[in-house]
Design a binder for this molecule. Sequence first.
Ligand SMILES: *[C@@H]1O[C@H](CO)[C@@H](O)[C@H](O)[C@H]1NC(C)=O
Ligand SMILES: *[C@@H]1O[C@H](CO)[C@@H](O)[C@H](O)[C@H]1NC(C)=O
Ligand SMILES: *[C@@H]1O[C@H](CO)[C@@H](O)[C@H](O)[C@H]1NC(C)=O
Ligand SMILES: *[C@@H]1O[C@H](CO)[C@@H](O)[C@H](O)[C@H]1NC(C)=O
Ligand SMILES: *[C@@H]1O[C@H](CO)[C@@H](O)[C@H](O)[C@H]1NC(C)=O
Ligand SMILES: *[C@@H]1O[C@H](CO)[C@@H](O)[C@H](O)[C@H]1NC(C)=O
Ligand SMILES: *[C@@H]1O[C@H](CO)[C@@H](O)[C@H](O)[C@H]1NC(C)=O
Ligand SMILES: *[C@@H]1O[C@H](CO)[C@@H](O)[C@H](O)[C@H]1NC(C)=O
Length: 544
Amino acid sequence: MPPYFVNIIAGILLGIRLQATVIRASDIKDPYFVAGVVEFRPDFIGLTTEQLVAKHTDAYTEILSSAEALDTDIVVFPESTLNNEFKPTYVPAAEDAIIPCLLANQSSRYENFLIALSCAARTNRKYVVINLTEKEDCASNAAFDPRPCATNGLNTYNTNVVFDREGRVISRYRKVNIYLERKNTTYQPEFAIFDTDFGVRFAHFICFDLLFYTPAEELVVKYGIKNIIFTAMFYSETPFLTAVQLQQSWAWGNNVTLLAAGGSYPRSGATGSGIYAGSDGSLASIMVGNTGVRQIHVARVPKFDQESSQKSVPVKPFTEDTTQPQTGISLLRDPQLDNFESELLDLNSSSAISLELCTEELCCTLSAETTTSERSYGNGTATSVYYYRFGVFTGLRSYQKEQYSAVAICAIYACTNDTVSSCGLLHPANIKITPTYAFKRLNISGSYKKAERLLLMPNTLDLSLYPLEPAQVAWHRVDNGKSFEAAIELKATADNLLAFGIYGNYYDSSVALRYGGSLAVLLSTLVLWLGLYVIDFLHLRMNM
Ligand SMILES: *[C@@H]1O[C@H](CO)[C@@H](O)[C@H](O)[C@H]1NC(C)=O
Ligand SMILES: *[C@@H]1O[C@H](CO)[C@@H](O)[C@H](O)[C@H]1NC(C)=O
Ligand SMILES: *[C@@H]1O[C@H](CO)[C@@H](O)[C@H](O)[C@H]1NC(C)=O
Ligand SMILES: *[C@@H]1O[C@H](CO)[C@@H](O)[C@H](O)[C@H]1NC(C)=O
Ligand SMILES: *[C@@H]1O[C@H](CO)[C@@H](O)[C@H](O)[C@H]1NC(C)=O
Ligand SMILES: *[C@@H]1O[C@H](CO)[C@@H](O)[C@H](O)[C@H]1NC(C)=O
Ligand SMILES: *[C@@H]1O[C@H](CO)[C@@H](O)[C@H](O)[C@H]1NC(C)=O
Ligand SMILES: *[C@@H]1O[C@H](CO)[C@@H](O)[C@H](O)[C@H]1NC(C)=O
């Protein structure tokens, strides 16, 4: 009998609050709650689907009952690290208020792993968010969805499920933006929102959604949600869209709390989890290399949305050991970099630099001052430096066949030599980086035309593949009527930047469509993402 059956039985018995005295829970009056995000390495090698799902379920359960997780009110697991399309499960709707754990012996409708995790939520008295492959009988949905059903009579969704402290399914979100997956989408996008007993209202979505307006940005802008949960298996792209960098800048740009759990599979590019407190920066974050990890990262999160919320809990600045360049992560490169209007920064001869660059749609200015630096990063024997370009780009970028965003970027970014084609690349791990110059002052600003759909984000990245924290960066966005004046400024000297600037996402708004996108860029982006996905997909398929 797989070990998780023991947990099912324990869940049924212990759900009667035997453990309630041991497990702490934040109160509705507390100024904070305790969240955990799990960076989780899935198993691949030599397992049947059955074994794979059992191993993942046991590992999830172990994390939920670990000492590190003891204080957490809510724990978020990443995407694609539980079951797969060969073992989908039905998932009850929130309205049904079903506790799968209590149906262990009466129902064969729900797969054992769903029951086991419902029990684990119940035993440990936590809210738990998981991502799984869900099946649904088309017939039950036919009234709402006129599209033809698959021949097996099922819809298959990529779904987030939320359990409350009783193990009850209280929310279910079916992913809208499918990234080259053989999954169904919902006929209408779902806005998955749930409330907790500690007084915080959350919305949740999955991975790729973060780059789109619906539902991610809409939940913030139209529904006013200040606490967002995000489960991901995200492939990082330099220099602007590595995982933690994007998570933090999205949370900062929107000034919302973000709990992000990432699948850990760095050799194919997937890593990156964190807990972010909007304009206060990250409370925890992690990018790992090589084989990946199974780790819970816990933080006390100040409640943003309480009426008196002058942040009763000071946010403790988060410090990451940023002395080592990060290695062992396979990274995509933004192919648009070749199409930026850009200029190489001459750090050697000038201590003060002032530049302006424009596209048809956007003008950006840079003003900087440099100073000498004697630090080094990494411990290779050969040494090298990064070159920097200041660049501006407005145009469409694609992520897959029919999905694109109009983006508008002003930034400096690192290059390994003075050519444009070396931008966004990293020096190999065996090279020690010995920057001879540092930015003492750096100020980048741009005037962004307003649009109904626009998110402006401060975007930074250093050699360790973490973004800079608010202690190191100031971010301004001033409403000027027809435009936003955005500016990002360095607050402390930095010689280890990979990117620093403003990332504007106009999504798919009609205003944005006027941005001239080039088909070549679209195609090359598509090929790149597709290529990586295929490699990864083959790898997964071979081993599952
Ligand atoms: C959500 O999890 C399931 C099971 O691991 C997986 O098949 C699905 O692809 C996940 N979502 C995404 C977008 O990967
Ligand atoms: C469920 O079935 C198992 C094995 O048949 C039994 O040991 C257990 O007590 C049952 N649990 C409940 C809640 O009925
Ligand atoms: C779900 O996906 C299957 C397989 O791609 C497809 O045949 C079916 O039409 C889809 N169902 C809906 C409702 O879109
Ligand atoms: C972000 O939101 C918090 C809480 O509502 C508020 O105190 C803070 O001033 C906001 N930050 C910015 C930059 O608007
Ligand atoms: C700066 O000077 C170094 C050493 O003289 C040289 O290798 C490098 O190419 C120069 N960088 C730029 C941007 O001119
Ligand atoms: C630095 O050197 C140590 C000892 O040789 C090695 O274990 C470590 O991985 C190196 N770090 C990097 C970033 O190369
Ligand atoms: C600059 O870097 C690119 C990318 O690594 C490389 O292809 C090119 O040969 C380099 N050029 C010079 C002049 O070193
Ligand atoms: C940064 O640049 C903007 C636009 O040029 C300017 O308004 C702002 O005062 C600058 N900030 C600093 C600290 O120089």
